[in-house]
Design a protein. Structure first.
Length: 263
């Protein structure tokens, strides 16, 4: 008998009755942690930790006009202390490159995102938005492009056209290689499949609580967290993530470790 490799649980959205959420318990209960600058190998075709690019090598695709307007607004607040390529971003070329009919991504400078500060920059390598957020006491999900603060989480929306019932199904899961399209297969390394990244002291549903609340809404997040806390209290362990070396699955909130995600 083949053992399950991933465990899911389904929730009705408490605010939107036609929205059904299929939640990846295996990932949300894992001890994944972004290790940018502390073992991250990057997403190029060869492992390149010394470049400290994380997953910022190809620019950030905008999720729409609202996302671009938000990024433009925050970018206007960045200072030379936050952003290594501020002068390039303030030229007529701007910060966006059009890569399709309605598709934009942040412009590249020296083969990586224009907002990526490189090794040697006074504030250190990493996202200029993240640096700005840390300097001003703002969570990075309030300042970054949408796709950047969501990774390694992913909400996949699907409509069941055959059912014709108007319901929307969400898969709340990890941003795996296939989320990047064909290019993901070329990565020499990807964090959610690397044991080195499963070193957190809290399960993902706690360590990424702000991001999950933005993606699913407060009411649904509370339902998910309560369910997972109750399972942990009852000693019901989830199916272990295939890349994880152990599971941190406790309903007891621990003191959060210093934020390590800087790209």
């Amino acid at each position: 008998m083949t053992a399950p490799v991933r465990e899911w649980v389904t929730f009705q959205d408490p605010k939107r009755k036609k929205h059904i959420w299929h939640v990846d318990v295996t990932f949300l209960a894992s001890n994944y942690l972004c290790i940018f600058g502390q073992g991250c190998q990057g997403v190029l075709t060869e492992k390149s930790p010394e470049m400290a690019q994380g997953c910022c090598s190809y620019g950030a695709h905008s999720s729409g006009a609202k996302d671009r307007a938000h990024v433009n607004k925050v970018a206007a607040k960045l200072t030379p202390d936050d952003w290594q390529f501020l002068k390039k971003g303030r030229t007529k070329k701007g910060i966006w490159a059009k890569v399709g009919k309605d598709d934009y991504r942040t412009r590249l400078v020296d083969d990586a995102c224009i907002f990526l500060n490189r090794p040697g920059f006074a504030a250190g390598p990493g996202c200029a938005f993240h640096t700005f957020g840390m300097r001003n006491g703002i969570h990075h999900s309030d300042v970054k492009p949408e796709v950047c603060w969501q990774v390694p989480l992913r909400n996949i929306e699907e409509f069941d056209e055959d059912a014709n019932d108007g319901k929307v199904h969400h898969r709340l899961t990890e941003f795996a290689r296939h989320g990047w399209g064909e290019g993901g297969d070329e990565f020499a390394w990807w964090c959610t499949e690397a044991p080195e990244a499963f070193v957190g002291t809290e399960p993902v549903y706690r360590s990424l609580e702000p991001e999950l609340r933005k993606m699913a809404g407060d009411a649904l997040y509370d339902d998910i967290a309560a369910y997972l806390d109750a399972r942990a209290a009852a000693g019901i362990a989830p199916v272990r993530h295939p890349a994880a070396t152990n599971v941190v699955f406790s309903p007891t909130r621990t003191k959060r470790a210093p934020q390590r995600k800087t790209a």
